[in-house]
Design a protein around this ligand. Structure first.
Ligand SMILES: C[S@@+](CC[C@H](N)C(=O)[O-])C[C@H]1O[C@@H](n2cnc3c(N)ncnc32)[C@H](O)[C@@H]1O
Length: 431
């Protein structure tokens, strides 16, 4: 007969071993006490009981960690407000959907709804909040929160617009936000439950959930979440959540925040080998284009090292590696890579110089123009960014949507077009 820990892993993906086994033990003792059963009787009932039965629900309510609060990880919510929503709107999209997968008592789903409503006042917004814990979902439905949920400062504009103070010191989520959010019980590893969840989400938050999962289930859930994202949609985890490389989920750092963006696994056209003489077609390409593609095999490997350091948050090491790479390889892509790392650190002026150098030797380097267009600039210089974004759109006019543009982070043409349009819309709004 399987143990309760084995059943929790198989049915819910939850891993109880080593560091957190006492959480399970304490939960079982509490549940046994409340039912007036011995621990042995409770465990043998659970082992034979239907997973849908009340007893299992009670156990889940006892052994899951539902810790959460409003506006948790503010930098991720700021990213939604300032970048992800404007990017989607820039493509002409007028309805936005988000999923808070593992929402516990609902604060994450409401926080998402607040920033999305604020960033896109005239659009149709919907947020789905799901969890396996019924007691947690019951709290979420009420939408009323005490001081424990208010430990992170919430931007005053959001607080005033969407959180109503009550006489007992709690807050109530306004009706205008509550009607955007739907809560449902969904076990993230149960195909029957998942069949009820639509796909095509622009944003999925699944934060502080995969830390409790077995590695196999974590991988399975990541693949499932990828399949529920719209093309170009973004998945947000936290540093604690286990993540493996999943095809079609591209790790990116946006405004300093690591995210995973859904992209089709890139269909990179074969590159000419360094040892083979150039073919007729490559020989007829412009010399800068040829240089870019020939060098990208080697660069890709070394760039991966730089990006791994950046993804781990070690920007100092990423900078050092990128500078070293540049010493032996002053190609547009290598210049671009260092520029990306510097701009992550707010060193926009140096990043700009490197990108301008890249464009000098390769004027039609689309991703260089795109990065220059999206660089942060003082208001009186924003016209320069707009010029580069306009160049991206012009250069891509005749290119196929699914063509891959080479650079330190290869990008599909369709996505580059979208980013350029979103950037232009953003500059217009801010001028
Ligand atoms: C620590 S909370 C995270 C809440 C919120 N995402 C945040 O970061 O503030 C983890 C939640 O994951 C939920 N969870 C664990 N296993 C799950 C599963 N198999 N399916 C759905 N939710 C699950 C738990 O019930 C719990 O509410």
């Amino acid at each position: 007969m399987k143990t309760v820990a084995e059943l929790l892993a198989a049915r819910y993906g939850l891993l109880f071993a080593g560091h957190n086994v006492d959480l399970l033990e304490r939960g079982l003792v509490r549940l046994a006490d409340s039912l007036g059963l011995s621990l042995e009787v409770l465990c043998s009932r659970l082992a034979t009981d239907d997973p849908k039965a009340e007893l299992w629900q009670r156990l889940i309510g006892t052994v899951t960690v539902n810790e959460t609060y409003l506006y948790r990880h503010p930098e991720q919510l700021q990213l939604v407000l300032q970048r992800l929503v404007p990017e989607r709107l820039g493509t002409g999209q007028r309805s936005l959907r988000a999923w808070s997968a593992g929402c516990a008592t609902g604060e994450e789903a409401y926080s998402l709804a607040m920033v999305m409503r604020y960033a896109a006042p005239g659009c149709e917004i919907s947020v789905l909040g799901t969890d396996i814990s019924e007691p947690a979902l019951a709290v979420a439905q009420r939408g009323k929160y005490g001081p424990n949920s208010l430990r992170e400062p919430i931007p005053p504009l959001l607080q005033q617009a969407y959180l109503l103070p009550t006489t007992d010191g709690s807050v109530e989520v306004s009706l205008s936000i509550r009607e955007l959010v739907e809560f449902r019980r969904v076990n993230l590893i149960d195909p029957e439950h998942l069949a009820t969840v639509p796909s095509g989400f622009d944003i999925i938050f699944c934060r502080n959930v995969l830390i409790y999962f077995t590695p196999e289930h974590s991988r399975q859930v990541l693949m499932m979440l990828r399949d529920h994202l719209a093309d170009g949609g973004v998945l947000v985890l936290t540093a604690l959540d286990q993540r493996e490389k999943i095809p079609g989920l591209e790790p990116l750092v946006l405004d300093g925040v690591p995210v995973l963006r859904r992209s089709e696994p890139p269909r990179v056209p074969p590159l000419p080998s360094r040892r083979e003489p150039p073919t007729a077609t490559s020989a007829s390409a412009s010399s800068s284009q040829l240089r870019l593609s020939v060098l990208s095999i080697d660069l890709a490997e070394r760039a991966a090292e730089v990006k791994a350091a950046a993804d781990q948050g070690d920007l100092a090491r990423a900078t050092q590696l990128a500078r070293r790479l540049l010493q032996s390889d002053r190609t547009p892509e290598a210049l671009h890579l260092l520029a990306m790392i510097l701009s992550e650190q707010g060193k926009h002026a140096e990043a700009e110089q490197l990108l301008l150098e890249a464009l000098k030797s390769s004027p039609s380097y689309v991703l260089g123009h795109l990065s220059l267009g999206l660089l942060d600039r003082p208001q009186h210089q924003r016209w320069r960014g707009a010029q580069h974004l306009q160049t991206v759109i012009t250069l891509l006019k005749q290119r196929a949507d699914d063509e891959i543009l080479h650079g330190p982070e290869p990008l599909q043409v369709a996505m580059a077009r979208r980013l350029a349009s979103a950037g232009l819309a953003n500059l217009e709004r801010r001028s």
